[in-house]
Design a binder for this molecule. Structure first.
Ligand code: FAD
Length: 459
């Protein structure tokens, strides 16, 4: 039975506010310190992306804390990828052959606000804004803060400190800088960055393009995506190299050049974006990277969760979902009969790390898939076949995407291994002509093909 009850959480983003809610529900005394002002009161940019794709792993976390019914109305279902070619032709490629499987677009600000409201409603949770953690004395469980309102520095101690302060975590930096134990740390930037743009609502507050899809303009070396918002707008994100290629962030410096780029590659999107130039020059360009580190915890005193432990690139739409799943997985270890926080932390990290490493790698794979592969014939044939399998034999087949996104009962690592083996089997069978195109989608032929794929996958 763990005796220490006073918990400090650094960072009240998506993971930190969910963690505060869950630990509060469990009866711990939770104090949260957040660097930024309260986003429910001050109109600040919510953070690194305006909206996000929420899927089954994230929903399980909402279920755990009993707020799924409050999250649902904030969601816009996205049933598939709407692929836009350079001519403006579109194809809707479903995410799954099972109708009940789709992802959801949700506002980061709305979701974070809801989690803060729910956590703060508990008498044993308090949240303090404008407190930036500058460093953590992890040996003694003391954090050092700077308060942006009072301009004062202070120290706060706790039995246990959770670092949920995102990709630039102050707790992680303290592990690294103090050099008191063997701390491994890898930060790997992509050569691409991103910039957020927008498609504003139509005059009647409707949607200017199809609402229930994640729109993708994949162009090989770069791409544009758009996710719908409840007010009729879309948040559009341009992923582009900083320095490589004919057009890149470093050389898109004039209005004329930005328009030339969009006219050449994203003509149909440009028609929906009369506000492009203002957005392009008003909004920042931000980097994208992967962070892997270990150990996440120091003895029984401190631990990293969410992006602070494992930031990933956004191309599987799983960073937030994985961070939420951290809380679900961590919570399971609190149910076990451990005598100390150190034992809980150790057991949790041992079980969880392989899964967060896997989703980091899958997210990089999907970067290449979304930019280019989605437009290749063999990739499309594979997806068509997988959709047909999932529709016709819903209990017998799940694609890699479905295993990762819609199957929270298996870990990311298992989803990755199984999914990759299936992908390899199908692509090889298509290349060798074992699966003939155009596909014969009759039930009998599909069943035979499925059996062959399953056999190849096992080999
Ligand atoms: P954060 O959301 O970064 O929260 C950290 C919090 O800590 C913030 O509130 C911050 O202000 C605070 N903080 C930071 N430093 C300090 C400090 N020193 N002291 C006190 N407080 C501090 N994930 C998905 O699942 N689906 C998606 O579709 C998706 N799309 C994305 C698109 C983009 C462009 C990007 C960049 C990411 C996307 N993600 C997506 C990933 C997702 O944003 C993150 O995985 C998620 O926000 C992680 O939550 P977190 O709470 O761990 O970190």
């Amino acid at each position: 039975m763990i005796k220490e009850k006073n918990i400090q959480i650094i960072g009240a983003g998506l993971c930190g506010s969910l963690l505060a809610l869950r630990l509060g529900q469990r009866g711990y005394n939770v104090t949260v310190f957040e660097k930024r002002p309260d986003l429910r009161k001050v109109d600040i940019s919510a953070g690194r992306s305006i909206n996000l794709a929420l899927s089954d792993r994230g929903f399980s976390a909402m279920d755990l804390v009993g707020i799924q019914h409050k999250v649902q109305p904030l969601c816009i279902p996205m049933n598939g990828r709407m692929l836009h070619d350079t001519e403006g032709n579109t194809i809707l490629a479903p995410y799954s052959g099972r109708e009940h499987e789709f992802i959801n677009s949700i506002s980061r600000g709305d979701l974070n606000s809801l989690l803060l409201d729910e956590a703060e409603a508990l008498p044993n949770v308090s949240i303090h804004f404008n407190y930036e953690c500058r460093s953590v004395d992890f040996e003694n469980g003391i954090s050092h803060f700077y308060n942006y309102e009072t301009k004062e520095e202070s120290t706060k101690s706790a039995d246990v400190i959770f670092g949920t302060d995102g990709a630039g975590s102050a707790l992680r930096k303290s592990y690294y800088l103090e050099n008191k134990f063997l701390f491994s740390f890898l930060q790997d930037y992509l050569t691409h960055g991103y910039k957020e743009l927008s498609i504003l609502p139509a005059e009647n507050n409707g949607y200017k393009t199809y609402k229930n899809a994640l729109h993708i303009w994949g162009r090989g070396d770069f791409m544009l995506i758009a996710l719908p918002n409840l007010d009729g707008s879309f948040t559009v994100t341009l992923f582009l190299s900083y320095a490589e290629g004919e057009y890149n962030f470093n050389n898109l410096t004039t209005k004329e050049r930005v328009l030339e780029f969009f006219e050449k590659y994203f003509k149909d999107a440009l028609e929906l974006m009369p506000n492009l130039i203002d957005d392009f020059f008003d909004n920042p360009t931000s980097p994208l990277g992967t962070v892997k580190c270990s150990p996440w915890h120091y003895k029984g005193k401190t631990i990293l969760l969410g992006d602070a432990a494992h930031a990933i690139v956004p191309f599987y739409g799983q960073g937030m979902n994985a961070s939420f799943e951290d809380v679900v997985e961590f919570d399971k270890f609190l149910d076990k009969d451990y005598g100390s926080w150190e034992q809980v932390f150790e057991a949790y990290e041992k079980s969880r790390k392989q899964d967060t490493d896997a989703i980091a790698d899958l997210a990089i794979d999907n970067f290449h898939e979304m930019k280019g592969h989605v437009n290749h014939a063999d990739f499309r044939e594979k997806r068509n076949l997988e959709m047909a399998f999932e529709k016709e034999f819903p209990n017998d087949y799940s694609s890699k995407y479905s295993l990762v996104t819609f199957n929270e009962n298996i870990g990311y690592r298992e989803a990755m291994l199984k999914g990759r083996a299936q992908d390899k089997a199908i692509l090889n069978m298509l290349a060798d002509g074992v699966i003939k195109t155009p596909l014969d989608l009759s039930t009998k032929s599909l069943k035979n093909t499925l059996l062959q794929v399953q056999k190849e996958t096992e080999n």
